[in-house]
Design a protein. Structure first.
Length: 1260
């Protein structure tokens, strides 16, 4: 089946090859490196041809309307295609430029003069035949004038890496244009030096001063073979595309991606603002040529800065002419204004560059708005170029011709509506060719003063801080922490937005008042390492560094932990700080899968130690780059949000916007999101940097544009401007030097990525290798790993020199942690983007080779990194080994998200292997079960069921007893969550039986507890007690498991109306949970106590309990429990006659339950929400919602929820006056009085019976 057009990179590359001058294509295909697209000087022949009649055809078609003008592309292609395919390419010509009515071609190599002349005569012959008739027309409408000159030609490359253009210049180019102007229609004129070289071969029709009119050639050179790109396309596709694509305008590039190579591209009619830039200069000396090139570069930079698209540059007799479009890709209401501003700025820069010493130079700009045809002309298999022709182009050219040197002439059309924005003077009338009416033109001198264009005014800010509002919020939180109220706050923003600076400001404020600070930082490299930043914090506390021996480290850890009376040192906490490695590299305690609650004890221990440490001395924790944190670190942060009591503690987290932090951000006390700085705020920041001096508006605007308003880049640009001596200062102000704006344009690119590319331009090959390895390793890279990865390519001293130089350039600097860090993330992005695929894979392989000895020795925490580098290097077999080990370690340490991700990476790597080398089915099954367990721990029961079904279908008998029991357990748990109680019980009973047979006490206990809970919800109390007793046999010494069973036992006592006994059970569970820092179990105990208050009509106490439980649920990240507590809080308010407040919490609960795919919680929320909606909004709608919830609860066996729903529907029936509804639910409730033992239900039913009696009597 053929691929879709544009989907194949090779096809796109092939299309690009026909849209870029072929001499560049040849160089790039042979050597896809930056040096292949540099400017060059050639000695050869230049052919410049002018097609007479195109302008008049454009004018005639434009006069007939858009439909006629739309045929222009087809007509022009019928001319240019035979010229290229039959005249230019066969004689070895390289098309440099195609315009609507002109073309420039280069010939080089042997016999270039003869081949150029032969091509010109062949083209003339074609134009005198059918080609000149325009697709078979009756008369010949097009004629040809050709000039051919020989000599030096400069093929100048202008622009930056993202957008480049080829500009043909030099004496041969301009001479060819002048010779073409000497030619009459359908004649070929060659220079005298060519005629002299060819001698008798030339048949001359006329001789002039310095030129010869050629009638023909006595001997024609042989036609060459058709040029094809061939097999050079197959290798290094990405690198070749990256080098060629910048030469193609974005509009044309988009078309090429969507079309097959070799087909004609579609043209379009658009209304756009066209600017013609006419650059005139003699080019007689090297200095003149250099100035002309600098002027052209400055013009292009200015145009691009204001959003213009340079569609083409063609040579003239004394310079260059550029066609620029605004609004070509997407029309905006300020296109005209942007175009005029760009033109004025361009001529101003050009005048500055030229100066007053060279009178021959001049820049003239014409601006007009009108209808244009945009399309590609030429041969899709040889060379094609984007053109913009039509009314807009013709009039802008005429305006440019009418303009004095260094001036801008605009038509009244383009000035319409914005006349007041510019200082203009009338220049009379202009009669367009072929038009019946003239048009007024104006000389635009300058923008009017006090016009705020493209400038966003900012608010005044304090000199000490450019973001006082954000700082005030955080300072208030810090002050509250100092008074003993613990605070957890977040600072969110993009890279370079000033997060670290704001955190440093808060640290200074804290320490100034006597507190102490400790800093930890997360990184991409440690995403799979449990509690990596926390370990670093402890090391700071205990004064442990890389030189500390194992014995000293152990002593400092124990001394530091016990110094605050922290006597109950948890072994796992010590194990994190002082890893005990087994011979196979695993950690002795942390990775022990027999204790499922190890991570809970670690988090509890750290929380307890933090509280003790803060009570001894007020403390601030700062954790940077939380978006790179592992799951346990995020859970610890959420746990700390639940701290209460007088604890002088503040935790500050900095992070970028990232979905992985959504749970933590919901639990935070305060958060500020840093926005981009306005121009005024940039000026204030620069004022502080430069000692309080005022900053000129132009300078502030420049820095603001180039930094995108990011404070970090503002400071970087300020440093660059100072280093380049582009600033002048006095006692009061700082401003750009007279020519500073122009120079700043050259060194401060428009976008951040381009700025980084400019900084990388001067890097040596060795420095680039170091940057490449560092960029692959991440934002922070280990120095020794870089050296090891480059050992086979660079000597160690050369690596050292490269690192030193990169540090001086502020590209890659050493950090306090001993790593190497990119000063700006954009640098890393640019380096990565520039790496060819093959080279990137080779670096990944070298890094993996350097990592493997470390992992085999004692660094099991690097298994995930090793596996990923092996996969990126294409070594998929080896990658599987390390990814599986890393996934299993992550699961056993409670890093469920990381385990799920690593298992998915394992699957993708396995699928990349050939069929014969893929893992065995048994190994696939093992990893699939691992992924199922990780996914089940994270919730989403329906997703868990889908995974389990796939595992059963694909692997079945390969699972073995251990795998089968795990799958069935999590299937049973998921089925309970989606309401399929009967099927869940069958699965869990089978799990219990198998667990007893195999001696798996933990699994038996958990399965029995789930079964007991299931029967409790169905009000089958006897069965609930039976399974609870069977589960208790397997508890052993596991306090955590015993508390969980006791909570179920207390719930059963509620259903048995033993309220005092139930309260005693819940109180005891809460005490034990708090003693052992089991926060989630403590929250469950509080929830059960609050529920007991609810059913005994103690609504105030119930509300307080549920609110407290919600805070803890959020802290530990138990979102399903939070949703349940929201339901309970909502129904508490509903029963307490506050339906509006109850509805708020119930709607939140329903939304959260649906996101979590918790069907049982959603059904209960719907039941209560139905009554809330009926009481606050619409009775009928509320009844419908409630009935839907009751229906699901009935199927799921949630008898208590069903009873509550019937009571609600009875109440709605009374309010609606529906005797049928009232009668139905009275009968249902009367039949199930055995389930209405709670005071809440009994009182509600009695009250509703009384209210319903008159209604039933009325309709009896």
């Amino acid at each position: 089946m053929p691929s879709k057009p544009g989907d194949d990179k090779v096809s796109y590359l092939e299309a690009l090859c026909a849209a870029v001058p072929f001499h560049l294509v040849q160089a790039v295909l042979k050597h896809p490196v930056e040096e292949s697209v540099q400017g060059q000087e050639v000695d050869g022949s230049i052919l410049h041809a002018r097609i007479i009649g195109v302008s008049s055809i454009c004018e005639r078609l434009a006069a007939k309307g858009a439909k006629a003008l739309g045929k222009l592309g087809e007509l022009l292609n019928s001319v240019y295609r035979p010229l290229l395919e039959e005249a230019i390419v066969p004689f070895g010509g390289y098309a440099l430029q195609l315009n609507g009515d002109s073309m420039t071609v280069m010939f080089r190599g042997d016999d270039h003069c003869l081949r150029a002349t032969a091509a010109a005569l062949t083209a003339q012959h074609l134009m005198c035949g059918e080609t000149g008739r325009i697709a078979g027309g009756e008369f010949r409408e097009l004629m040809f004038r050709v000039g051919v000159a020989r000599g030096k030609a400069q093929l100048v490359i202008v622009g930056e890496m993202a957008r480049r253009m080829l500009v043909p210049a030099g004496e041969a180019v301009h001479a060819a244009v002048q010779l073409q102007r000497r030619a009459n229609a359908n004649t070929v004129v060659i220079g005298a030096e060519i005629a002299e070289e060819l001698g008798d071969v030339v048949e001359a029709a006329e001789h002039g001063h310095g030129f010869v009119v050629v009638r023909g050639l006595r001997i024609y050179p042989p036609r060459g073979k058709s040029r094809r790109v061939g097999a050079d396309l197959r290798d290094g596709v990405d690198a070749k595309i990256a080098l060629l694509e910048p030469f193609v305008p974005p509009t044309l590039a988009a078309w090429l991606r969507g079309c097959k190579p070799g087909v004609d591209l579609p043209g379009e009619l658009r209304r756009a603002v066209i600017v013609t830039a006419d650059v005139r200069g003699s080019g007689a000396t090297i200095q003149d040529r250099h100035i002309a090139q600098e002027v052209t570069r400055a013009l292009l930079r200015t145009i691009r800065k204001h959003g213009g698209v340079v569609c083409g540059i063609s040579p003239t007799a004394v310079g260059q002419r550029g066609t620029i479009a605004f609004g070509l890709e997407e029309a905006n209401d300020n296109d005209s204004e942007r175009a005029i501003v760009a033109a004025l700025e361009a001529v101003s820069r050009a005048k500055t560059l030229v100066g007053g010493d060279i009178e021959e130079f001049g820049v003239r700009m014409g601006v007009h708005r009108g209808l244009v045809y945009v399309g590609a002309i030429g041969s899709p298999s040889r060379y094609q170029q984007l053109i913009v022709v039509g009314d807009g182009t013709t009039l802008s050219v005429q305006c440019a011709r009418a303009a004095p040197a260094f001036s801008v002439i605009c038509t009244s059309t383009v000035l319409q509506g914005i006349e007041s924005h510019f200082v203009c003077s009338d220049r009379g009338m202009l009669m367009p060719k072929g038009a019946a009416e003239s048009i007024t033109i104006h000389h635009a001198h300058a923008p009017r003063e006090n016009e705020a264009r493209f400038v966003q005014a900012g608010e005044k800010t304090d000199l000490e801080d450019v973001r006082p509002a954000d700082t005030d919020v955080l300072v208030a939180a810090v002050d509250a922490a100092a008074r003993g109220k613990p605070q957890i706050v977040g600072i969110c923003g993009d890279a370079g937005s000033g997060k670290s600076d704001l955190a440093a400001r808060l640290m200074h404020h804290w320490t100034k008042n006597g507190g102490s600070c400790v800093i930890g930082r997360c990184s991409y490299a440690t995403k799979s390492v449990p509690l990596a930043p926390i370990v670093r914090m402890f090391e700071n506390f205990f004064a442990i560094d890389t030189d500390t021996s194992s014995a000293e480290r152990r002593a400092k850890i124990r001394e530091g932990l016990r110094g605050l009376g922290f006597e109950s040192v948890v072994p796992e906490l010590v194990s994190i700080l002082q890893p005990a490695r087994r011979p196979d590299g695993t950690t002795a305690t942390l990775l022990d899968p027999t204790d499922p609650h190890v991570h809970e004890r670690i988090l509890a221990s750290i929380s307890q130690w933090v509280v003790l440490r803060a009570r001894a001395t007020p403390i601030m924790f700062v954790v940077e780059d939380l978006h790179y944190a592992d799951s346990l670190t995020l859970r610890l942060a959420m746990r700390l949000t639940a701290l209460s009591g007088r604890v002088p503690l503040v935790l500050i987290g900095t992070y970028r916007p990232d979905p992985v932090l959504s749970d933590l951000r919901r639990a935070l006390g305060d958060e500020v999101e840093l926005r981009r700085l306005t121009v005024n705020q940039v000026a204030q920041l620069l004022k502080q940097v430069w000692g309080g001096r005022l900053v000129g508006r132009e300078l502030a605007q420049l820095v603001s544009e180039r930094s995108n308003g990011l404070p970090g880049l503002v400071l970087e640009l300020a440093r660059v401007l100072e280093e380049r001596n582009l600033l002048e200062r006095d006692d009061n102000a700082v401003r750009l030097v007279q020519t500073g704006r122009d120079a700043a344009e050259a060194i401060v690119p428009d976008v951040v990525a381009t700025m980084m590319q400019a900084k990388l331009a001067s890097a040596s090959p060795g420095e680039r290798r170091v940057l490449a390895v560092a960029s692959i390793l991440g934002q922070d890279a280990d120095r020794k790993l870089i050296e090891a990865a480059l050992a086979s390519k660079m000597a160690e001293p050369l690596v050292e020199v490269s690192l030193t130089t990169l540090g001086e350039k502020r590209l890659l600097v050493a950090t306090e942690r001993g790593t190497l860090s990119f000063c700006d993330p954009a640098t890393r992005a640019v380096v990565l983007a520039a790496l060819p695929e093959a080279e990137r894979m080779a670096y990944h392989r070298r890094i993996a080779d350097a990592l493997e000895p470390l992992v085999l020795k004692d660094r099991s925490d690097l298994e995930a990194a090793l596996g990923r580098h092996r996969a990126s290097a294409g070594d998929y077999g080896e990658a599987l080994r390390w990814l599986e080990r890393a996934a299993r370690a992550a699961l056993e340490t409670g890093l469920y998200r990381e385990a799920d991700e690593l298992a998915e990476e394992w699957r993708r790597a396995a699928k990349r292997l050939p069929m014969e080398t893929r893992p065995s089915p048994k190994r696939w099954a093992r990893v699939a079960v691992l992924k199922l367990a990780a996914a089940a721990h994270r919730g989403a029961p329906r997703h868990t069921l889908r995974l389990a079904k796939i595992i059963r279908e694909r692997f079945g008998s390969l699972l073995g007893d251990k795998g089968s029991i795990i799958v069935d357990y999590w299937v049973g748990d998921a089925l309970l969550r989606v309401g399929d109680a009967n099927e869940a019980r069958q699965r869990l009973q089978a799990v219990f039986a198998m667990a007893e047979q195999t001696g798996n006490s933990k699994m038996a206990c958990d399965a029995g507890r789930l079964l007991a809970s299931s029967y409790k919800h169905a009000c089958e109390l006897s069965a609930g007690h039976t399974w609870l007793d069977r589960a208790e046999v397997h508890v052993g010494e596991d306090t955590h498991a015993r508390v969980r069973l006791d909570l179920v036992r207390g719930s059963l006592k509620i259903d048995e109306a033993e309220y005092a006994a139930a309260r005693a059970v819940f109180t005891r569970c809460q005490e034990v949970a708090e003693e052992h820092n089991f926060l989630q179990l403590a929250a469950s105990a509080i929830t059960n106590t609050a529920y007991l208050d609810l059913i005994t009509c103690r609504f105030s106490s119930a509300r307080k309990g549920f609110e407290r439980a919600i805070v803890i649920d959020r802290a530990v990240g138990s979102w399903a429990d939070e949703a349940t507590d929201l339901v309970n809080l909502g129904q508490t308010l509903l029963w307490a006659s506050s339906p509006d407040a109850g509805r708020f919490y119930l709607e939140r609960a329903l939304a959260r339950a649906r996101v979590l795919d918790e069907q049982l919680i959603a059904a209960e929320a719907q039941v209560h929400l139905g009554l809330a909606l009926a009481l606050t909004e619409d009775l009928a709608h509320g009844q419908s919602v409630c009935e839907e919830g009751v229906e699901f609860a009935t199927k799921a066996g949630l008898q208590e929820v069903v009873i509550a729903g019937w009571l609600h529907l009875l109440r709605i029936g009374v309010l609606r006056g529906s005797a049928a509804v009232v009668d139905r639910y009275l009968k249902l409730l009367d039949a199930d009085r055995t389930y209405m033992t709670t005071p809440l239900f009994q009182e509600a039913f009695s009250a509703l019976e009384r209210e319903a009696a008159p209604l039933l009597e009325m309709y009896a």
